[in-house]
Design a protein around this ligand. Structure first.
Ligand code: SF4
Ligand code: SF4
Length: 349
């Protein structure tokens, strides 16, 4: 279906196939195909190296409904990883010698097996990251999570798209900023983010508009100055992340008729020095049902790993992953634009 027809319909993009169809439409010079751009820079196929990080999406249930959410998460979603699938993940973590388990959602803490899963990974001695939206830590029934996370020495990577209340609330919902500040203060009390502490607290910034993130180091300094002066908050690091043209953000781009503008910005900002560090080269992503993807973004687009049958966490072998080509599409320009982007922030200085 032509893009303009879709634009005129103004339909929210309900399914991943529909999104992929839009992203992979034949383009003009301003919207090249991602794999062709890679070829032009001498990369025949993007291939995975050793899997060092398993990113586990434990479900789409969330207490928020942020405008930019690429997961389309919210309080009405019922998709949650089961204990059986968690057990398969544990096998993979142990057998493939995965170093870091990066837990995401939705709000990961809302999965009823979250605490058990974290405890089991820590027994294996592996590093755990909780991608926390902060506000969940202030919701009745979840206020014990900060202490649990501290006891398990879980790294917290927390979304805070701006240090200004208005900007933050416009993207994430009314009242989110105030609750996020309270949660950060509680985490600081427990030792998170404090200089010399082993409890790591990182913040995540993503642009509120149609722009690339600013310089990560400079923005980190602004965050530090503002949060320290106004709220006494400390953190170790700020990650800047580019908004990916997926799910709700893609909806917004189409509804506002700015899809071409944004995609052209990403494509013309292609930076070849980001290719080496792309997160899909060392990360494997598993969805709430246990199916495997090259990254969280491919998961949202239902773009499976390059195999004849879909790989599942219960049966995957290491030789099916390492040195295998990664499935790419135009959304990948979001990872290679400017300083590059990944779940660990910018890819180049
Ligand atoms: S962006 Fe994060 S906090 Fe916001 S709705 Fe999505 S999963 Fe929830
Ligand atoms: S979206 Fe980014 S991380 Fe995912 S496959 Fe593309 S380049 Fe790799």
């Amino acid at each position: 279906m032509p893009l303009l027809t879709l634009l005129r319909q103004g339909n929210p993009l309900a399914n991943a196939d529909h999104q992929r169809e839009i992203l992979e439409m034949p383009g003009d010079g301003a919207l090249p195909m991602f794999h062709k751009t890679l070829h032009e820079h001498g990369v025949a196929d993007l291939k995975r190296r050793k899997v060092t990080t398993l990113q586990v999406n434990v479900g789409k249930l969330c207490n928020q409904t942020c405008r930019h959410c690429h997961v389309d998460a919210g309080p009405d979603r019922r998709e949650l990883m089961t204990q059986e699938t968690f057990e398969h993940c544990l096998r993979l973590i142990r057998d493939f010698e995965v170093e870091t388990v990066d837990i995401t959602g939705g709000a990961p803490e809302m999965n009823p097996h979250f605490m058990w899963f974290v405890t089991e990974i820590r027994k294996l001695g592996r590093h755990v990251i909780d991608r926390c939206n902060l506000t969940i830590l202030t919701v009745p029934g979840f206020t014990h999570f900060p202490l649990f996370l501290a006891e398990q020495e879980v790294e917290i990577v927390a979304s805070l798209p701006c240090y200004l209340e208005q900007n933050c609330d416009s993207q994430r919902g009314s009242g989110v900023f105030e609750k996020s500040i309270r949660a950060l203060q509680r985490l600081n009390e427990l030792g998170y983010g404090v200089e010399g502490s082993s409890l790591r607290l990182s913040l995540v910034y993503n642009p509120t508009g149609l722009s690339l993130p600013p310089n990560q180091q400079k923005l980190e300094q602004s965050y530090r100055n503002q949060l320290r002066a106004r709220f006494g908050i400390e953190f170790q690091q700020l990650y800047t992340i580019t908004n990916m043209p997926i799910s709700r953000f893609l909806d917004d781009l189409l509804a506002s008729e700015r899809y071409h503008e944004y995609m052209s910005l990403l494509a013309r900002s292609f930076n070849p020095s980001t290719i080496d560090g792309l997160m899909c080269r060392s990360t494997l992503s598993v969805d709430w049902e246990g199916f495997l993807y090259d990254c969280d973004f491919n998961q949202m687009l239902n773009l499976a790993t390059h195999h004849e049958t879909r790989l599942h966490v219960s049966s995957v072998r290491l030789d099916q992953l390492e040195n295998h080509p990664i499935a790419v599409g135009r959304h990948c320009f979001g990872c290679t634009a400017g300083a590059g982007s990944s779940c660990q922030g910018a890819l180049t200085g």
